[in-house]
Design a protein around this ligand. Structure first.
Ligand SMILES: [Zn+2]
Length: 316
């Protein structure tokens, strides 16, 4: 019998679940909006309902992996930080889900899970040293060293979004200032566009009262100079952080994931310029920067892979 587990990806906006076999096939998927204004128990219930909806083989599945938008503290799960879902602060989410569902629960940070997913079934397959960067509303990261996720002393390693790229820069939700998350996220793209828009009176973005990173992306694809400039600035900061990561870790692959990964072509030129300026040439020549190919499935696949590893399966 092919062994299956359930992978769950709990984000600030969406919860996804999948029934996944040891070969990485997703047999069934389910999705719900995260009740982000609801109580902790509403979030727990939403997760349990999704687990039940994909678990059609009943008792056969005994394990679930959760990729969570949380800085996990593996020494004491109740000390994990939930910047986007503060109502979960102080809760042992994995323990709670285990109690209600009767399943064994593995938990991991969502960006770590996403890079594990890409390493297992996506664009970082076969590489030993990988850095994953998720570019979305925020910026997340995960590091694979010698084929294994690198968690650090308590589990918070890989928070690439909170590398400082501008010492006296924009305040960040983490308490610091000038974090990469404030300079290379979708939020930053919108801010940069607003800052430069007056310089580009012909920009079609003037016709919108409010716009999102997606609108800037579409304008930039149509050669709007304000949009192109915003992505260049974001790419420059991303390049500064990537140069530091390359000098530190000498990875074979950097996987760019998340909602902004589709705009890599707009970011890449200024990223590569910074790498040429700042990183060791030998390491820059060695690294392959690729886009993730798993999209929204990266998190559930990574959570499933970790769960198989906890069960003693090496996976394929
Ligand atoms: Zn920060």
């Amino acid at each position: 019998m092919v062994e299956k587990v359930i992978g769950v990806d709990l984000g600030g906006t969406n919860i996804r679940a999948g029934l996944i076999d040891e070969g990485g096939e997703i047999a069934k998927r389910a999705h719900a909006k995260t009740p982000h204004n609801g109580s902790a128990s509403e979030i727990v219930n939403a997760i349990v309902n999704l687990i039940r909806s994909v678990n059609d083989s009943g008792d056969a599945v005994k394990n679930v992996g959760i990729a969570a938008a949380s800085v996990i503290d593996f020494q004491d799960l109740r000390k994990s930080m939930w910047p986007n879902l503060p109502q979960l602060q102080g809760l042992d989410l994995a323990g709670e889900i285990a109690n209600i569902s009767g399943l064994e629960v593995t938990i991991e940070n969502d960006a770590n899970a996403a890079v594990i997913g890409e390493h297992w079934q996506g664009s970082a397959k076969g590489a030993q040293n990988v850095i994953g960067i998720t570019l979305g509303t925020g910026v997340g990261g995960g590091i694979i060293v010698n084929g294994e996720i690198f968690r650090g002393a308590s589990g918070s390693a890989g928070e690439i979004g909170h590398i400082c790229v501008e010492p006296d820069g924009v305040p960040c939700g983490c308490g610091s200032t000038g974090c990469l998350e404030q300079y290379s996220s979708a939020t930053a793209i919108v801010r940069f566009t607003k800052e430069v828009l007056a310089t580009f009176p012909e920009s079609p973005l003037h016709s919108k009262l409010e716009f999102e990173a997606k609108d800037v992306f579409e304008a930039a694809l149509k050669d709007d100079l304000a949009g192109i400039r915003a992505f260049e600035v974001a790419g420059r900061y991303l390049g500064i952080a990537c140069a530091a990561l390359i000098n530190l870790l000498n990875p074979e692959v950097i996987v760019v994931m998340g909602g902004l990964a589709g705009s890599w072509n707009l970011l890449s030129r200024s990223v590569l310029e910074e790498l040429q300026k700042r990183a060791f040439q030998q390491a820059v020549e060695r690294v392959n920067i690729v886009r993730g190919v798993l999209g929204d499935d990266a998190g559930i696949l990574g959570a499933a892979k970790l769960t198989f590893a906890d069960m003693g399966f090496s996976g394929s």
